[in-house]
Design a protein around this ligand. Structure first.
Ligand SMILES: [Mg+2]
Length: 429
């Protein structure tokens, strides 16, 4: 067998995806619900399903579905509010395990990541051994189940993990890519939305193989240049997108330029509140805490004033960032003539695993140990919804119906990622 074709000619990519993540985190606290139909969903009129147990999925309940629709499909299921901050902490633990395998980890959402293990194979003993090790370690240290797809690129790895669920591990060698893809319905292909699938269906193209038989020009005419080109590639199993590692920022900021100069303190504070929530969201996504907050105020003469303060305790919430920023603004005294720009930045970032984050890890019983549990929980729940489904996850249900998450967009980036728009590092007088 010395001359056998290797499974992978070029790269080896793992796609790690937690099974029914939000449900399974809840079940750790409520094991008596195991084996039952369980749905984690908001209860408001515009809420959507975050996650459903496989028992509930059997009735057709799925992620991003309006809660009202889920209730009509599964009226006897147990519905749980996405409440406590534990999701973020379990996510962090899982990502930590993945980063112990390789630095080349791209976190796609709270419960999903790509790993490029091309260079780690020799050290760790082949991709299947690596994937088995990851699944075992996640299960042992968190009690949660991960499914993993192993393939030569991100697209096939993602399709393989999806196909392997639940509790699966699936390796698709390069030579078997077409065998794997060809029978799949078009709408199951990662990146293909409902509209595209419907349009292709009208043209009689139902499977991946059907699409592969269509010409490039035909697909471009039918779907547009970019979508047509992308589809032409993926049905051949071609995907050159790299695993992109987010760099660890030293600080995170956001700023706002007013369309007119203002000295209206209420208006300025409303913007500070919005900016505080923006930076706090990015902070939580990075799994870190801030031990410092800074503000920047630029007046109409383009003079920039900054103030910063250290915080005794690391913060993670928009409310806490806002409180610190507001005090800094007050400390400035009277506003420097009219304001044209305001910025909020969190700094002195550290890993979120010390202090009160540990109290979150301990579960609901310890929630009283940290100082802003209700804000942490509510903001975290909004974060995870945004991360899973993009901003429209928080919009009226009718806009969400039948829509594929934007993180399945052809560029493979999360639709929820905001532009970083960092506060610039310019020197101030
Ligand atoms: Mg998942």
């Amino acid at each position: 067998m010395a001359d056998a074709e290797p499974d992978f000619r070029d790269r080896v990519i793992l796609h790690v995806d937690m099974d029914a993540f939000f449900v399974n985190v809840e079940l750790l606290q409520r094991p008596e619900l195991r084996g039952r139909q369980v749905v984690v969903a908001g209860s408001g009129p515009r809420s959507v399903v975050l996650s459903a147990s496989y028992e509930a999925r059997a009735l057709g309940v799925g992620s991003a579905m309006p809660t009202a629709r889920a209730r009509s499909l599964a009226p006897h299921a147990v519905y749980l509010e996405p409440s406590h901050g534990g999701y973020r902490e379990y996510s962090r633990r899982v990502m930590e395990i993945l980063r112990s395998v390789t630095d080349l980890v791209e976190q796609v959402s709270v419960d999903e990541a790509f790993l490029d293990v091309t260079g780690a194979r020799r050290r760790l003993g082949g991709p299947v051994a690596i994937a088995r090790g990851i699944r075992r370690e996640i299960l042992e240290s968190t009690g949660l189940v991960a499914s993993i797809g192993v393939a030569g690129n991100k697209f096939i790895a993602k399709m393989a993990s999806t196909g392997s669920k639940p509790d699966g591990l699936w390796l698709v060698p390069d030579r078997r890519i077409l065998e794997f893809l060809d029978p799949l319905p078009v709408r199951r292909l990662w990146g293909v939305g409902e509209k595209t699938a419907a349009s292709l269906d009208d043209a009689g193209l139902r499977t991946s193989a059907d699409v592969r038989g269509a010409g490039l020009e035909y697909l471009r005419r039918r779907l547009g240049q970019a979508a047509g080109t992308h589809l032409h590639q993926i049905v051949r199993g071609i995907d050159d997108r790299p695993v992109v590692v987010e760099r660890l920022e030293k600080s995170m900021g956001a700023e706002h330029t007013f369309s007119y100069d203002t000295d209206d303190l209420r208006e300025i504070l409303a913007v500070v509140l919005q900016l505080s929530h923006d930076v706090a969201r990015r902070l939580r996504r990075s799994g870190r805490r801030a031990r410092g907050v800074a503000i920047k105020v630029r007046d109409r003469d383009f003079t920039t004033h900054t103030r910063s303060r250290a915080l005794d305790q690391g913060v993670t919430t928009g409310r806490e960032v806002y409180e610190a920023a507001r005090r800094l603004l007050e400390d400035m005294g009277p506003l420097p003539s009219r304001v044209r720009l305001i910025g909020v930045r969190v700094e002195r970032l550290d890993e979120g695993d010390a202090g009160r984050q540990l109290s979150l890890w301990d579960g609901d019983g310890a929630a009283g140990l940290h100082d802003a549990p209700e804000w942490d929980g509510a903001e975290s729940a909004m974060d995870v919804i945004r991360e899973k489904f993009g901003p429209q996850g928080l919009q009226p249900a009718r806009l969400v119906t039948g829509k594929i998450s934007p993180r399945y967009a052809p560029d493979g980036r999360s639709g929820s990622r905001e532009d970083p728009s960092p506060v610039s590092d310019e020197k101030t007088p």
